[in-house]
Design a protein around this ligand. Sequence first.
Ligand SMILES: *[C@@H]1O[C@H](CO)[C@@H](O)[C@H](O)[C@H]1NC(C)=O
Ligand SMILES: *[C@@H]1O[C@H](CO)[C@@H](O)[C@H](O)[C@H]1NC(C)=O
Ligand SMILES: *[C@@H]1O[C@H](CO)[C@@H](O)[C@H](O)[C@H]1NC(C)=O
Length: 438
Amino acid sequence: MISSFQHHFILFSLLLPLIATAFATTSVQPKALLLPVSKDASTQQYIVKTTQRTPSKSVPLTLALGSPFLWRDCDKGYVSSTYRPIRCNSAQCTLAGSTACSTCNSPPRPGCNNNTCGLFPENPFTNTATSGELASDIIRINSTDGLNLGPVVSTPNFLFNCAPTFLLKGLAKGVQGIAGFGRTKISIPSQLTSTFSLSKKFALCLTSDVTSVGVIFFGNGPYKLYPGPLYVSSSFSYTPILKNPTTSSDYYVGVSSIKIGGSQVPINKALLSINNKGRGGTKFSTVNPYTIMESSIYKSVISNFDSQLKILYQQRGYPNATRIKAVAPFELCYDSSTISSTRVGVEVPNIELVLQNEKVMWTIFASNSMVGGLKANPNALCLAIVDGGKNPPASIVLGGYQLEDNLVQFDLAKSMVGFRYLVNDMTRCTNFNFTSVA
Ligand SMILES: *[C@@H]1O[C@H](CO)[C@@H](O)[C@H](O)[C@H]1NC(C)=O
Ligand SMILES: *[C@@H]1O[C@H](CO)[C@@H](O)[C@H](O)[C@H]1NC(C)=O
Ligand SMILES: *[C@@H]1O[C@H](CO)[C@@H](O)[C@H](O)[C@H]1NC(C)=O
């Protein structure tokens, strides 16, 4: 733990040659890498299983798309012969953007590493932050050709942050930390792609199925989810990743309007852009289980969804759907027996997020918009969007449920996000073939 801090002022550009050699390479040059990602039934957190330390240990971490780095509990039973604390003023410390350095004099603590680079790990579920040490250790990961598993590869110098055990509060049972995938130089995708000389891309495929696993690919495609096509860059619709000057590690995109059942939803457009205080706009989150919308947008969306559902059912000659009492945290709920369904699922209007330049849309189909099987009322089918209140940090947070069974590619070099709804290709995120051909 860090007892006191001092600040360092180092010119980053002077250290660039050093950083290149700070990462070790392995004998195998993988085409791409892969991490399985599951969904925890009780917390709805997405869990990635990493393999770290010497001897090797499986380390489950909760996926946090916008978090800046990997942090884990090092207080409880961390034993590894390949663990290295990172020194203040080192290239890795600068790469991490650290502004803190730990010393052990106040108060002296057994096992304390003097002169260790400090960072501030945060638990995005409880919004608790503390101080922690930057360290490196070995990480092992499956390589892939996009179709099957290849050999396991490793890097001895993977940077992560050591946090105290109390920071785990609020994380799923057995989880030992946070897998940060944010827009930083030391996030998991940044480190893996630079260490293994891969294209600076990762693709997320989250599953709704708590008994099966989805995948995260690092590097270029192709990506294969059986029996769908071989997904390559041209398979995706792309929109620019927008930067929020205040929350630097989150991924924002530009939603310019919302349509439901093909018609415009009236909203205050000013809320859709990121203002100079960093508020507003639309971001992705794997920490929020459902999409969150600023109150006025939310109210407009639920009333328009309800009226478009009536119009759709009248057009089709179906009896009206019966609206029922709210089931927290959702407000717009129907008696599921009155919701019509087809071979591919329930029939409700699509929600379209019209993205920048009006060229592409993120369509939220029924499987990502309606949620059922709720404990409080198993017969309810609700619109899976929650009210974010007035003046929330982001006006729209596209949550986990809405990302599921979409293959979402983050192209960090081009600063673009590409997406594709897999269900239209008759496949799902659980359909990667985990057979090893190593
Ligand atoms: C850590 O550094 C401080 C300041 O340089 C020094 O006073 C202290 O003795 C050192 N502690 C250990 C455990 O090395
Ligand atoms: C590789 O993938 C297999 C299958 O999912 C898994 O059992 C194994 O633990 C993975 N290995 C590493 C090093 O992650
Ligand atoms: C999975 O991959 C293996 C190895 O390429 C192949 O033999 C097997 O048929 C595949 N399974 C499915 C269900 O496609």
